[in-house]
Every structure is written in C-alpha cells, then in structure tokens.
Design a protein around this ligand. Structure first.
Ligand SMILES: Nc1nc2c(ncn2[C@@H]2O[C@H](COP(=O)(O)OP(=O)(O)OP(=O)(O)O)[C@@H](O)[C@H]2O)c(=O)[nH]1
Ligand SMILES: [Mg+2]
Length: 245
C-alpha cells in the first residue's frame, strides 16, 4: 500500500489537508486509511467525514515526527477491519440458518438489514506527521513517504524556508501553501514566489484548506503519483496496434 505523508509545522493545517485529501481520494474510488499523530487530529478528521473504521492514531515518541513502525499500525488496522468483516459474514450465515429453522416452524423471516455491510479494505495510507517545531528537517518522514505532501502556512517567516537542511521542503513531491485567506496578500505572494524560486520544478499550490479552495489541484497531483506508471505503460502498449505485418 502506498503511503502519502502530510508533513509541516505545528498548526500549519495538516489535519485539514489530510481530511480534504481523504475526501478527494474517496471520490476517486480509493479507500484511504488515515493515521493521525496525536489526539488533536481526531476531531478535524471526524469533522471532515472520515469514517472511524478508517481512522487510527499512532503517537510518535517525543522529538520524533512519525512512529518508526507505521507498517505495524497499518497491518493492525487492516486486521481489525478483516476481523469485523468476518464477524459480519458469520452473523449473516447464522441468521440464514435461523431463518431456515423459522421457516420449517412456519415463523416469519428475520431481516438481514440490521446486520451492517462488510467494509472495503483500505488501498492507500494517509499519514499525518507531528510537525515538530524545528522547521522541515525530519528525515524519517521523507524516508517513510511514497508521496510527500509538505504544508507551508502562507505567513511563515522567509528565514525558515531558506534554512539549510529542510529535507521536507527540498524533497517534497507537492508543496501546499495554506491559510492564504488569513494572510496579508503581499506576505502570501512573497512566500509563494520565494518557494517557486527555490523549487522551480515542484507543484506549489496555494489553498484555503478550510473552504476546499484549490484542493482539486492537490488531488490531481496526488492521484497522478498514485497511478502506477509501469501499469500505465502496459495499458498503453495494449492499445497500440502493431505496425506492419
Ligand atoms: N483560515 C484558514 N484556517 C485554516 C486553514 N487550514 C487550516 N486552518 C485552521 O488552522 C488550525 C489548525 O489546523 P489543523 O489542520 O489542525 O493543523 P495541523 O497542522 O494539523 O495542527 P497540529 O496537528 O496540531 O500540528 C485550525 O483551526 C484550522 O481550522 C486555511 O487554509 N485557512
Ligand atoms: Mg493535526
């Protein structure tokens, strides 16, 4: 399963963006599993409509941005969903059996509708990093991510962006600039221009995450990276007619 990691400073808007990306991926028929890094993340996730089945918290040790054994957390969550599904399937079978007995005894059928449907298994993981207050240097977060989305609040000090060793900016796949609605226009413009000057070839997307403004641009970049290029190549090959005889 591919891991999308949302990194960035404290209070930069990571949970809000994660919730938005979750919604966007659901609409594109993915089923993400959301992994928060602290109790403060739970409420924004639920507000964004993340189903509690697909929500888990994994709190890193102090000084760390993400937990080291995230794979275990993901495996546990998937196993829980599988167990629940298996209970549901058993309940359905049991009710079928009971209804057979009731039918022999001329009693009415009991309805299956009170048994919940089984849950789809997740196919992509969305992880929120802690955002320790020292800028964008958490290398473990970069290593963990298949797709790294780094969040920069529009009002951030320029010196922080220009610090050396900001791996989470230097190696971000997508940079999202948040809170442009509550930042003075000239300040936001300066931040965006500075990022564009340093990271010429990266997507740098200004958004108002709380209102979903420009979030579709973020989904497009994420989905583009989720699609497996090898598989796409194969498909392209199948469609091409073979030239000559
Ligand atoms: N005006 C405005 N507020 C935003 C935006 N994005 C997030 N916020 C607000 O900023 C606050 C922090 O947002 P979160 O998404 O919780 O930020 P976070 O980075 O997950 O915070 P921590 O996990 O606590 O580090 C909340 O009150 C959000 O409603 C935005 O684009 N515009
Ligand atoms: Mg958060």
């Amino acid at each position: 399963m591919k891991k999308i990691v949302i990194s960035g400073r404290n209070d930069s808007g990571k949970s809000t963006i994660l919730g938005e990306i979750y919604k966007g991926l659901k609409q594109k028929n993915y089923q993400p599993l959301a992994v928060g890094s602290g109790v403060q993340d739970e409420k924004p996730y639920l507000l964004k409509g993340i189903d509690s089945t697909y929500l888990t918290l994994a709190i890193p040790e102090p000084g760390h941005d993400v937990i080291s054994d995230i794979d275990r957390v993901v495996r546990n969550s998937v196993n829980l969903i599988k167990e629940k599904n298996s209970l549901i399937q058993h309940a359905r079978k049991a009710l079928d059996e009971l209804n057979k007995v009731r039918s022999v005894m001329d009693l009415g059928h009991l309805s299956q509708k009170d048994i919940p449907p089984t849950a789809t298994l997740p196919d992509v993981v969305l992880i929120e990093a802690v955002g320790i207050n020292d800028g964008y240097r958490a290398e473990e977060t970069r290593r963990l991510a298949d797709i790294l989305v780094t969040i920069v609040p529009a009002g951030i000090k320029n010196e922080i962006i220009m610090e050396q060793g900001n791996v989470l900016l230097d190696e971000a796949d997508i940079i999202v600039v948040t809170k442009i609605d509550e930042t003075a226009r000239d300040v936001a413009t300066t931040t965006i221009k500075l990022l564009q000057r340093i990271y010429r070839y990266k997507p740098i997307i200004p958004v108002v995450a709380t209102q979903g403004v420009h979030m579709e641009l973020v989904f497009d970049e994420v989905v583009k990276r989720l699609a497996d290029p090898i598989r796409l190549l194969d498909l392209a090959g199948e469609e091409e007619p073979v030239a000559g005889g």
